[in-house]
Design a protein around this ligand. Structure first.
Ligand code: ADP
Ligand code: MG
Length: 401
């Protein structure tokens, strides 16, 4: 099944002004972009527009400003993008308004400008129709390349898409294709590795994948919801409030499905969530009082790596332990290395899983590394993402491929 939304590749952009929603919600350190991978991910769409002599007006949110916070200006991101493109990127002083309209009017073919942080406008997250209209007034066409924000119905991701012809960007298209293939058409067998802190964030995805996976490997703090439900001692481990009940629901579903839900068989324990804490390995999963399970143990990690290596398709979301702390990074590293080396199709989603890949210098190994955390999980769950729904259908523009 291919993506049904109209693509920027099919849009008549020559000589037109195009509003491009990008996801440049990047980490900043001392006023500079600390990690530019999201900026780089949008470059193919921006380059396509420049090559086809369109004028590109970019817009993104950055952090969670309350009103106009100068530290969350897009200016450092514009500067980084200009370095990457080797071309000028004009920074607008605001998101909308007469001054911005004038700058947009003067933007020439093949040129690029960046609006201010969309969340400087309170109407952004409210999906305010007036803000959407003022955004639409800046351009002839709209292109959405912000997959990471596609699960939000905001003015720049959803509202504006109903007002001018709206196309999918190249990154958004590839994201949807890679994740939809995992969900609907994986090369069997499908092996899913899930970790991270909360069952509640991933329950929808787990329930959906139970229908198609051969095995679902559980790691991270999430496993303690399952252990608590099963009456296994969890000591001082992180157990999410609703996690125990949700874990029970998943175990019941798993029993009725053909998928195997796999829990850790050994753990790495620490006294507290700290790199300098006392550490011990536990050959088993009954966590004693005064100890926290902070990583899966070596036998578990090895078994998970073997399952990943035997799979036709692998989907990994969520670290296996508190990998940010060196004593508890081994389980996540073993899984990341297995994903990197796996012969099957490999797809990784989730902000912290991607951070783990970066920490182990493996980012370029999987077949697809998603720029969307929440959005990738919602897509896998089978939910409709408002930012994508709002785009024009291929059939509506008579597009062909
Ligand atoms: P992702 O962003 O990849 O979806 P999550 O946000 O769900 O992942 O979870 C990542 C966080 O979970 C990491 O910060 C990691 O330190 C934490 N974590 C994983 N395992 C444990 C554990 N056993 N105890 C405490 N924290 C954990
Ligand atoms: Mg996260």
């Amino acid at each position: 099944m291919s993506f049904e939304k109209a693509s920027v590749r099919e849009a008549a952009v020559e000589g037109r002004r195009v509003l491009v929603r990008v996801d440049f919600n990047v980490p900043l350190e001392a006023g500079r972009v600390a990690d530019d991978s999201r900026v780089r991910a949008a470059v193919p769409t921006i380059d396509l527009l420049r090559e086809r002599r369109a004028a590109a007006v970019l817009v993104s949110h950055l952090g969670r400003p309350r009103g106009r916070e100068p530290e969350l200006s897009m200016a450092p991101v514009s500067a980084r993008l200009a370095e990457i493109l080797g071309a000028e990127v004009r920074q607008a002083p605001a998101v909308v308004g007469p001054e911005v309209e004038e700058l947009a009017d003067r933007l020439g073919s093949g040129e690029v400008m960046m609006l201010e942080n969309s969340r400087f406008e309170p109407g952004e997250t409210r999906n305010d129709p007036t803000l959407a209209r003022r955004l639409a007034a800046l351009a002839d066409l709209y292109v959405d390349d912000a997959f990471g924000a596609a699960h939000r119905a905001h003015a720049t991701t959803e509202g504006v898409a109903h007002l001018i012809p709206a196309y999918a960007g190249l990154l958004l298209e590839r994201e949807v294709e890679a994740l939809t293939a995992v969900r609907d058409d994986p090369t069997p067998p499908l092996c899913v590795a899930l970790g991270g802190a909360k069952v509640s964030e991933k329950i929808g995805a787990i329930e959906r994948l139970l229908e198609s996976a051969r095995e679902i490997l559980i790691g991270g703090a999430m496993c303690f919801g399952f252990f608590r439900h099963l009456g296994v001692a969890t000591g001082a481990s992180l157990v999410e409030e609703d996690g125990v009940e949700l874990a029970g629901r998943i175990l019941e579903r798993a029993g009725a499905s053909s998928a195997q839900l796999v829990l850790p068989e050994d753990l790495v324990l620490g006294r507290e969530l700290d790199a300098g804490t006392e550490v011990r390995e536990l050959d088993g999963v009954e966590v004693p009082d005064g100890w926290m399970g902070l990583d899966v143990g070596p036998r578990t990690a090895g078994a998970y790596a073997d399952a990943i290596g035997r799979a036709g398709t692998v989907f990994w979301n969520g670290p296996m332990g508190a990998f940010e702390l060196p004593p508890f990074a081994a389980g996540t590293r073993t899984v990341a290395e297995a994903v990197a080396a796996a012969p099957g199709t490999t797809v990784v989603g989730g902000g912290d899983s991607v951070a783990a890949l970066q920490a182990f210098d493996l980012t370029d190994k999987p077949d697809w590394v998603s720029t969307g955390g929440g959005a990738s999980l919602e897509l896998i769950e089978g939910r409709k993402l408002p930012g994508i729904e709002a785009l024009m259908d291929k059939s509506a523009v008579g597009g062909k491929r």
